[in-house]
Design a protein around this ligand. Structure first.
Ligand code: FMN
Length: 428
């Protein structure tokens, strides 16, 4: 095992080369990957307040493969979108945006995090974004069942051969072609020996960076992060020339800089503190934390620029305006939010525009109802026959019983071929 006294200054200056379009995580205080809370407007706000790099939310390889990349001509943002594969109604061809980035403001600063459990799929998905991002990160730390049940996230910590295979494949296939680095984000294992064994293997795969979330997989987010293994992880990374980023209860830039020194790591990643207040990336020397209203207004501008889904904007806004929750809790549109935050005429004009763009298209027309011949009323019903009305009281022509009756042995629904034609609704 490595000695805890080993300080960065005395360590050998070995370094896995940073590819020409890649970024070195050393000396950086970065925004963590966060599903829902790490969408484009949040990342832009973090960069606005001084985050050095931003991680996008974990995107599962399956979701990205088969999506289409295009520039949104209205906003200039790059978007990957597709028709959701679990779409029950074949006729609903509304595309979902799987990933969105700002090619100008995020250039050289965005790390794409992939959720994967398969080397081939990881490479296929990474190829789809690698030309537009500064690095590919593999999520090997998410303990949520949706991730681990597919063998992704923290499940990869228990299948190290698979994890190494994924990283080696990405290094082999992505680094030379796209000139960006590959990294991994892990959690701690139960013992220092187990973690060290894992980290030693990881740093030999050709990755340029490793983030360690200082909690074990069973630990809940509200439990304090543990630092006992951190120095060792930093040392193993340094020996191999891989940048080590610490994560877990890092409160902002100033705290990050202290922790980096104290534990001999190379960088720090902030999640929940930045979710509540992205201005934690601005140290005291540069003005410190910003006023909540300034942050909220700037955030809404970024969200409108990106045409971010209103539901997601409201979700993140709720974190930013915690003390003034009543200001946004009632809002249903960007127009409401802009008015509530007193953002002025220009913002109001943009809000109305974005609301119109995001307004859900009307549902596709329903297929025409099949007209069926009314069955003739039998003069006499067989004894014991089931249901319906009694022959003694046949419905009058004005009866509310409008449902056409079909004979008992008629199929309950039209045959498949018929359905296919009738359901073929034109799409916009
Ligand atoms: C809302 C939310 C979403 C998250 N999504 C991801 C994710 O997509 N990928 C990932 O590796 N970690 C994810 N995490 C974990 C964080 O990146 C981070 O490791 C964790 O919150 C610990 O950092 P903190 O103590 O600063 O909050 C998420 C955390 C939160 C709160």
């Amino acid at each position: 095992m490595t000695t805890p006294e080993l300080a960065p200054k005395t360590a050998p200056q070995k370094m896995v080369p940073i590819p020409p379009r890649g970024v070195d995580y050393r000396g950086k205080v970065v925004l963590a990957p966060m599903v829902r809370s790490g969408e484009l407007p949040c990342r832009l706000l973090a960069l606005h307040y001084g985050a050095d790099l931003v991680w996008g939310p974990e995107t599962v390889d399956h979701a990205l493969i088969g999506s289409t990349r295009r520039i949104n001509p209205r906003t200039g943002m790059l978007e990957w979108s597709r028709i959701p594969s679990n779409n029950a109604k074949a006729a609903d061809t509304t595309e979902s945006i799987i990933y969105r980035l700002d090619p100008r403001r995020e250039a050289g600063k965005l790390i794409f995090q992939i959720g994967t459990s398969d080397a081939e799929r990881a490479v296929a998905a990474a190829r789809m974004v690698a030309a537009d991002v500064a690095g590919i990160d593999v999520n090997a730390g998410c303990p949520k069942p949706f991730s681990t049940s597919g063998g992704m996230g923290a499940a990869l910590l228990r299948t190290p051969d698979k994890l190494m295979g994924i990283l080696e494949a990405l290094v082999r296939e992505i680094v030379p072609v796209f000139g960006i680095g590959v990294s991994v984000k892990i959690r701690l294992l139960e013992t220092v020996e187990e973690t060290e064994r894992l980290v030693r293997r990881l740093v030999g795969t050709g990755i340029t960076g490793l983030t360690v979330h200082c909690r074990t997989t069973p630990m809940r987010p509200r439990e304090r992060a543990i630092r006992g293994q951190l120095r060792m992880v930093g040392e193993v990374c340094r020996e191999a020339g891989v940048a080590c980023v610490m994560n877990g209860d890092v409160e902002g830039r100033d705290a990050a800089e202290e922790l980096i020194k104290e534990f001999g790591v190379d960088g720090a990643m902030v999640a929940t503190a930045a979710e509540k207040n992205p201005s934690v990336f601005r140290g005291e020397a540069k003005g410190g934390k910003a006023d909540w209203k300034e942050m909220a207004q700037q955030f809404v501008w970024y969200a409108m620029e990106a045409e971010n889904k209103f539901g997601n904007t409201k979700f993140s806004l709720a974190h930013l305006v915690k003390g003034a929750h009543q200001l946004v809790s009632w809002t249903k549109t960007y127009e409401d939010v802009v008015k509530s935050l007193g953002m002025g005429e220009e913002a109001l004009k943009r809000a109305i525009e974005v609301d119109n763009i995001l307004r859900k298209p009307p549902p596709p027309p329903k297929p025409p109802k099949v007209k069926e011949k009314k069955e003739e009323i039998p003069a006499k019903r067989k004894k014991g026959s089931q249901g319906g009305w009694s022959p003694k009281s046949p419905p009058s022509p004005s009866s509310p019983l409008k449902k056409p009756r079909v004979s008992e042995d008629a199929p309950k629904s039209p045959p498949k071929a018929q359905l296919a034609v009738e359901d073929a609704i034109p799409v916009s």
